[in-house]
Design a protein around this ligand. Structure first.
Ligand code: NAP
Length: 470
């Protein structure tokens, strides 16, 4: 059979596996298998692409695969679950860099030097460099913000949006100039005008990526990470057009589209528009002043919290970043089982932006073997919150902040939250009255029906378990 045909079929099989893998990722029950299915698709795609190359420099391929696998294996062991968001940010950046380098090397490639290049490829190279460059530098800034290497607050300066728009406009003008070059002008050996233009475009794309991300606050980083993920897919798609690789075009489009869908979901969960996230400078100090909400804080001991829980017939756990920080997920599940055995109806409500990455709480609760059917979404549980006996907030703060509903001056105003303040009793497990990631004060701590169980979440849950067992 014609080798081209076989390769085409292999690419189709790989693409189908990507689509099915992605589909399986949308359900917790099939997510692991989905990952495996996509990985098999990727293996088929890589092997097929290698067979298509006239001369493969195996030493480079093996060295690259070895280094990549070693870094991946080390990261899987060394990177803590709480550091996953910045890791995802970094991976997006590497995806963008890979596409950037593909565009750059194709520009230098012999095909172009020989003048055998069509206008379509010229445009594709330009897009690969621009989107790849923006993704790379933007992701590095997102990584630095999430890991605390630089301030998580938005770095704002006068006219920043105008400056970014000017840079974008210059890139577009250079893009038109670059794309209108005749193919024979692409002889890079002589440092052609196309070469100079592309150098400028690459530098401006890197600057634009960094500048546009640095003005976004840490609380909006989940949305930015999703958007950069989408960009990395689009860059890969453009790179696919450059090197005429169908499976790269398909996989890049899948990542681009799924990243945009996730961005939209995250924006909705935070009640923000994408424009507001990108240009709003949220978290730059407009938050409610410290001490703005006053009232009596009612601390509670583990013994008294146990008495309330022991008498409860319905309990909703609301985990947040603090549960991840305390690694309390296994203890939470054990407490949930004790409560269920005691006759309570137990549910776990996960807010879409709880924690520090999309699906953060889902991953932790799955790791602790909490049954999927006990997980509920805020919109499912909020309508019945008034008849819930106890809402137990485990290291969550922003996602349960009632100021989102009650205080128009709060930066969180309008964000859908888990309405734990409407439960008969709300027990909040955290170490202090400090605000959460968004830096916004929380009036929940002063509510009549709120009890504060101060301390590390794992230790507090451990004490409750001991009370139950005792
Ligand atoms: P949060 O608002 O950041 O609050 C977490 C709380 O956990 C803190 O107030 C902290 O209070 C407490 N805590 C920390 N360590 C603890 C420990 N060992 N034991 C007990 N409590 C502990 O968390 P959230 O309610 O989950 O909200 C998530 C926030 O992060 C949102 O603003 C979201 O936009 C943002 N974000 C989300 C993502 C994402 O993709 N999910 C990514 C980046 C940012 P104490 O210090 O008083 O203990």
């Amino acid at each position: 059979m014609n080798p081209e045909l076989i390769r085409g079929l292999c690419y189709i099989v790989a693409s189908i596996l990507f689509v099915f893998g992605l589909r399986m990722l949308s359900s917790r029950a099939t997510a692991r298998k989905g990952n495996m299915v996509s990985a098999i698709g990727m293996l088929i795609a890589i092997v097929t692409a290698l067979t298509a190359m006239q001369q493969v420099r195996w030493a480079w391929i093996i060295a690259g695969a070895g280094v990549g696998s070693a870094v991946g294996a080390l990261a899987a062991r060394l990177v803590k679950m709480t550091s996953m968001p910045e890791m995802v940010g970094l991976f997006n950046g590497f995806g963008g860099l890979a596409s950037f380098l593909v565009g750059w090397s194709e520009f230098h490639g012999k095909r172009i030097a020989a003048g055998a290049i069509d206008q379509f490829t010229i445009v594709a190279i330009f897009l690969t460099i621009v989107i790849g460059g923006i993704t790379f530098s933007g992701s590095l800034v997102a990584y630095a913000k999430l890991s605390g290497t630089i301030t998580a607050k938005p770095v704002l300066y006068k006219g920043r949006n105008i400056i970014n728009l000017i840079i974008l406009a210059v890139i577009v003008v250079l893009g038109i100039l670059f794309s209108s070059q005749r193919p024979e002008q692409f002889d890079v050996g002589g440092r052609s005008s196309a070469y100079v233009i592309l150098m400028f475009v690459a530098a401006l794309a890197l600057v634009l990526g960094a500048l546009s991300t640095i003005g976004i606050g840490g609380a909006d980083m989940p949305v930015v990470i999703c958007l950069l993920n989408s960009y990395s897919g689009l860059a890969a798609c453009a790179a696919g057009f450059v090197i005429r690789n169908n499976v790269l075009i398909v996989s890049g489009s899948l990542v681009g589209a799924s990243g945009i869908i996730l961005t939209n979901i995250m924006c909705k969960a935070m009640n923000r528009s994408l424009t507001n996230v990108l240009f709003g400078g949220f978290g730059s100090g407009t938050s409610v002043a410290a001490g703005a909400y006053r009232g009596e804080v009612k601390p509670i001991s583990a013994q008294d919290a146990y008495l309330i829980l022991e008498a409860a017939s319905s309990v909703v756990f609301v985990p947040g970043y603090g549960m991840a920080a305390a690694q309390a997920q296994h203890a939470v599940h054990e407490l949930g089982e004790l409560l269920a055995r005691n006759g309570a109806d137990v549910k776990y409500c996960i807010h879409p932006v709880a924690g520090r990455m999309p699906g953060h709480m889902n991953v932790l609760l799955a790791e602790a073997n909490v049954p999927y059917e006990l997980l509920v979404e805020p919109q499912d549980v909020n309508p019945t919150m008034g008849v819930v006996d106890v809402a137990v907030v485990i290291g969550a703060n922003d996602v349960v902040n009632p100021a989102a509903r009650e205080d128009k001056s709060s930066p969180l105003w309008g964000m859908p939250i888990v309405e734990v303040d409407r439960a008969r009793t709300c027990i909040v497990l955290k170490r202090s009255l400090n605000p959460g990631f968004a830096g916004v004060e929380n009036p929940l701590f002063f509510k009549e029906n709120t009890r504060m169980l101060f301390g590390d979440a794992k230790a507090s849950i451990g004490s409750l378990i001991s009370e139950f067992k005792g």
